[in-house]
Design a protein around this ligand. Structure first.
Ligand code: UDP
Length: 440
């Protein structure tokens, strides 16, 4: 039930279940973001209800994370895993389930924070019928993503929705100044944008002495450990890292060890990409120096980060990249592609290095620089954890979001309608597209 003593708000996260195990399939940064934001907002005095799609009949419908923060799984299509690029058809049912839930609870959320474009679509549907305030975080932007992949059929709807939410929400949250710039120049010049970065749990992600971390993991002190952490997805660029390690080995780099964390062995995208990467490792003769650990939880990840000499984030495109700040929080220098949010989080020569995406020689050169110069690496380690502690804690993210919500709700109560969303037929309905309307 809704706690009437607290202001209740809804976070929508269509596919990324805040209660899911992170690191496999499509469970990654967005799941962590919604869960952390939710829990930290609850600690600040809000009642937070996080809504996601039920993807497994065995999952409980409601998961209570803390007295004032819960995940609610709604019916939206069959209760089975569906990749996010095939979820749109089930979103009208999500809207209906959300409205039914509100009716059962006899409560309508005055403010909804949507995450990812599918939730934005749901939010826009709800906004048409009721005067709710919308706040939105993109997590991934179609306009950038489609620069590097073939546009799917749904692209037109996604791009139109991403433009509409910018123009019609109370405010969108960009997680880096780079994202704000892209929104203004490539999505729409209209709309309110606040830069509020993602965060990390610095009480969990903090430095453990390298020697003891290695001892616990059974890794030798003299090894040069290069770490990857994340989902298996072609856009993560794991292939570039593997090739860079092969190049280093061929140049005679001694005692190199590549540790790849994350992924599953399913026959879905995640498992397929893992098999492809394993094959490349084999073809390049790196089997003996490469370890695939599979998914590792946040409880153990600090050990992996702390034990590594360097963490590499070779993504072709990365909206923010939680892994980079988790690694730096543990005092591990990061070598990352010079793209997206990584350009904001990784400070070149201070907390790591930025190199052009897909550039095998540049990655090899940067890894070599860090693992060969222990004095410099030590300096980077210190600066990396200090930088994250100053700039990227979940608590500071929640405080900024909390201010934004309060400001937005206060303006609503005063009937000022500051950002004046158009009430006419929505600009974002793509002509001739099969966008479905539902009665709410
Ligand atoms: N992750 C994890 N276990 C794994 C692999 C990844 O918990 O085995 C987590 C990682 O710690 C991070 C998230 O998954 O919190 C990945 O977020 P990021 O923003 O780096 O990438 P995304 O998955 O959103 O593309």
């Amino acid at each position: 039930m809704i706690n009437t003593k607290r202001q209740a708000i809804a976070l929508l996260s269509d596919h990324a279940d805040p209660a899911a195990v992170v690191g496999t399939e499509e469970a990654g940064g967005q799941n962590v973001y919604v869960r952390q934001v939710g829990e930290n907002l609850a600690a600040l005095g809000w009642q937070v209800d996080m809504f996601t799609r039920k993807a497994n009949p065995e999952d409980p419908t409601i998961v209570q994370h803390s007295p004032y923060c819960r995940t609610i799984r709604l019916k939206a299509g069959p209760e089975t895993f569906i990749p996010r690029d095939r979820l749109f058809d089930h979103m009208p049912e999500f809207v209906k389930s959300f409205c039914d839930f509100q009716t059962q609870q006899a409560y309508s959320y005055p403010l909804i924070h949507t995450n990812y474009w599918l939730s934005a679509w749901i939010g826009l549907q709800l906004q048409q019928k009721t005067g709710i305030q919308l706040i939105h975080t993109y997590h991934s932007l179609g306009v950038v993503k489609y620069d590097s992949v073939t546009k799917p059929k749904i692209a037109h709807t996604r791009l139109a929705t991403e433009k509409a939410i910018l123009e019609r929400s109370s405010c969108v949250v960009a997680t880096s100044p780079q994202e704000k710039e892209i929104l203004k120049t490539r999505v729409s010049s209209k709309g309110q944008i606040e830069v509020i970065p993602c965060g990390t749990d610095t009480s969990n992600f903090c430095a453990i002495p390298k020697v003891s971390a290695r001892e616990k993991l059974g890794w030798f002190p003299q090894e040069k450990i290069v770490l990857y952490v994340g989902r298996f997805d072609p856009r993560k660029g794991i292939e570039t890292l593997v090739q860079a390690c092969a190049s280093l080995k061929n140049q005679g780099c001694d005692k190199l060890k590549l540790v790849i964390v994350g992924g599953s062995l399913t026959d879905r995208i995640d498992g397929q990409e893992r098999q492809r990467i394993e094959q490349i490792v084999q073809d390049l003769g790196l089997d003996e120096i490469t370890v695939f650990t599979g998914q590792v939880g946040h409880d153990l990840l600090p050990l992996y980060y702390s034990a590594a000499d360097v963490c590499v984030v070779p993504s072709h495109y990365e909206p923010f990249g939680l892994v980079a700040i988790e690694a730096m929080a543990c005092g591990t220098p990061v070598i990352a592609s010079n793209v997206g949010g990584l350009r904001f989080t990784v400070l070149p020569e201070e907390t790591g290095l930025l190199v052009p995406p897909r550039d095998v020689d540049a990655f090899a050169g940067a890894i070599h620089r860090v693992i060969q110069d222990e004095v410099w690496a030590k300096k980077l380690r210190k600066q990396a954890s200090a930088s994250v502690n100053q700039r990227f804690t979940w608590n500071s993210v929640a405080i900024k979001l909390s201010h934004l919500y309060r400001y937005t709700l206060a303006r609503t109560i005063m009937h000022e309608q500051p950002w004046n969303p158009p009430q006419t037929s929505p600009l974002w309905t793509p002509v001739g597209e099969e966008v479905k309307r539902v009665a709410v």
